[in-house]
Ligand binder design. Structure first.
Ligand code: FAD
Length: 518
């Protein structure tokens, strides 16, 4: 059975036993990638249960350096998460709710630690929101069983996605593997089940006695950053001001986006210099904002009460956000995508290159393709990259350089502040043509044409590639072929590391040959 199915059936099997369990002396909510108080389903259920029993709600968050390592979590993301905990601790503290935080070196010991704490706090109910990746599903299945053996009720609920995986199937009863029909089914399902977008009930403050009962759980220090995830002082300062942490910032950002940008999203979303997208991905991926909350707010700002129709910018943004659900459904249904396998197994025989020095030039933004270099430098500086550019650099790595897309996928996770396994894996599969609903393999982006089309003034390039800031007009897209080679050379900007037309031909041959063998 797939890990997520196992979790679902374990939860179902234990449902009856759960009814019999009394509340105990406290109720626990286990925070993971849902670092917010507002519109958080499991937290809301936990609070309700605590209130019913007249006992305190205790929240916990466990840092595991091994998890960070296994998930290739970037240093900016770890820093963002730890900064978010400060906000969360303060907000919960104002309601008399403690946030217990601990660092557990060995991630396998997390379930045991949770159990130990529940016993110490007399908790008979633990709540959390489900994560759909393989390791996480397995961990939650294990915890469900371990808890039950100790007479503790473990409840994991759907919150991260708007529609739970498995709820949408094709006419033949299968999981969709193409986005467009899936999206139509997604939107229809929400129309038919409008409660899916409802806000979770707000949580209640704890009884005044909580601070006397559990004094040691208040004002705990924020866990320290593992040494291999530390940022330098200047990086931290820059990233803190670029990406302020916490759910209040997420809500403000959402409201600013809805008020000023969303209606023009459809025309502007592909222009990296336009600063026209929401920049909310870090909040969705760390759970400081629920996708449900954002979709509800976007829908309510539209002239129609539906997800489709009305302003195309609003509906377009909602449909982009739906990609996030789509990729999570895919990984819950086909968990092998979490195991470094191509979704399209017929693409498994492609002879990828593992040329370290070519890969390094891509990583460093030194390919000689200005749009690619601008994008990679944006990533290194902001821990973020515009979506159009993610597709351009992905196609360039996998097709022009024929480097194994998994190296790019890993590099992104190690550098993005918004790293999210499903969306990153899906985006790489799309760009390399090996994933679910990908670009056809013979569609190979021409980086120069992409650049002219989506950065027509060259302002994105000039911002991130200072060597080209003095290059005027269209030459900025391809200085060595368009008469600005002297200036580029003088400023130390490299020549293109491959000839695109030659690389394109080679990619077609290698893909075709791999497919033939696959
Ligand atoms: P907006 O345009 O404002 O979109 C709103 C939200 O919709 C985003 O915050 C995001 O949650 C979701 N979204 C938009 N586009 C996509 C998409 N194509 N796939 C999935 N969700 C989408 N997104 C991540 O959140 N984490 C990743 O690790 C990630 N890796 C990617 C790797 C590649 C190769 C590609 C092509 C795309 C990747 N994306 C990833 C998707 C997308 O690039 C980002 O979500 C988007 O750029 C974030 O900017 P924004 O918040 O301003 O997006």
């Amino acid at each position: 059975p797939r890990p997520f199915d196992l979790l679902e059936s374990t939860i179902k099997d234990t449902a009856q036993d759960r009814q019999k369990i009394k509340v105990g002396e406290s109720v626990v909510h286990w925070f993971k990638r849902d670092l917010r108080v507002y519109d958080n389903k499991a937290l809301s259920f936990a609070s309700k249960k605590a209130k019913e029993g007249g006992v305190p709600l205790i929240c916990m968050f466990i840092v595991s350096p091994q998890d960070y390592q296994a998930h290739m979590t970037s240093a900016p993301r770890v820093d963002f998460e730890l900064r978010t905990l400060e906000v969360l601790q303060r907000d919960l503290g104002e309601m008399g709710v403690p946030l217990y935080m601990a660092t557990i070196e060995n991630r396998k010991e997390i379930p045991g630690h949770i159990l130990e704490k529940c016993e110490e706090w007399g908790a008979k109910h633990v709540y959390c929101n489900i994560e759909y990746e393989v390791d996480e599903s397995r961990r939650e299945t294990k915890l469900t069983k371990m808890c039950l053996e100790k007479g503790i009720n473990f409840t994991a609920v759907h919150d991260d996605v708007v529609i739970p995986p498995g709820a949408l199937t094709t006419g033949a009863g299968n999981q969709y593997s193409v986005y467009s029909p899936w999206y139509r089914a997604w939107a229809k399902h929400i129309h038919e089940h409008p409660h899916l977008l409802n806000e979770a009930d707000p949580i209640s403050p704890n009884p005044a006695t909580t601070k006397q009962t559990f004094p040691h759980l208040f004002n705990l220090p924020i866990p320290t950053t593992p040494p291999n995830k530390l940022l330098t002082g200047t990086d931290r300062k820059r990233l803190t001001s670029l990406w302020p942490a916490g759910e209040h910032e997420a809500q403000d950002r959402l409201q600013r986006f809805l008020a000023t940008k969303i209606t023009k999203y459809k025309e502007t979303r592909n222009l990296p210099a336009a600063n026209s997208t929401s920049l909310l991905s870090v909040h969705f991926s760390s759970g400081t904002l629920a996708a449900r909350t954002a979709i509800r707010a976007a829908r309510d700002s539209n002239t129609t009460s539906k997800l489709d129709g009305g302003n195309p910018g609003i509906t377009g943004w909602i449909s982009e956000l739906a990609w996030r659900d789509f990729y999570k459904h895919v990984l819950a249904h086909w968990p092998y995508v979490c195991m470094s396998k191509a979704f399209k197994y017929e693409y498994s025989s492609i002879r990828w290159s593992y040329d370290e020095s070519a890969f390094q030039r891509w990583c460093d933004g030194q390919t000689g393709f200005p749009i690619v270099d601008a994008a990679m430098r944006q990533l290194r500086s902001m821990a973020y990259m515009h979506n159009r550019c993610r597709m351009i650099v992905g196609s360039f790595l996998a097709k022009d350089l024929l480097i194994d897309w998994r190296m790019g996928e890993k590099f992104f996770m190690e550098h993005l502040i918004d790293g999210d396994f499903g969306s990153n894996n899906g985006g790489w599969g799309f760009s390399a043509s090996t994933g679910v609903d990908p670009q056809p393999y013979f569609r190979i982006f021409n980086p120069f044409l992409q650049s002219e089309k989506f950065d027509p003034e060259g302002s994105y390039i000039r911002k991130w590639v200072p060597e080209l800031e003095g290059v005027e007009g269209k030459a900025v897209h391809d200085p060595y072929h368009r008469g600005a080679g002297g200036e580029a050379e003088r400023r130390g900007y490299p020549r293109p590391m491959v000839e695109h037309a030659v690389a394109r031909k080679r990619a077609l041959e290698v893909y075709k040959e791999g497919l033939g063998r696959g």
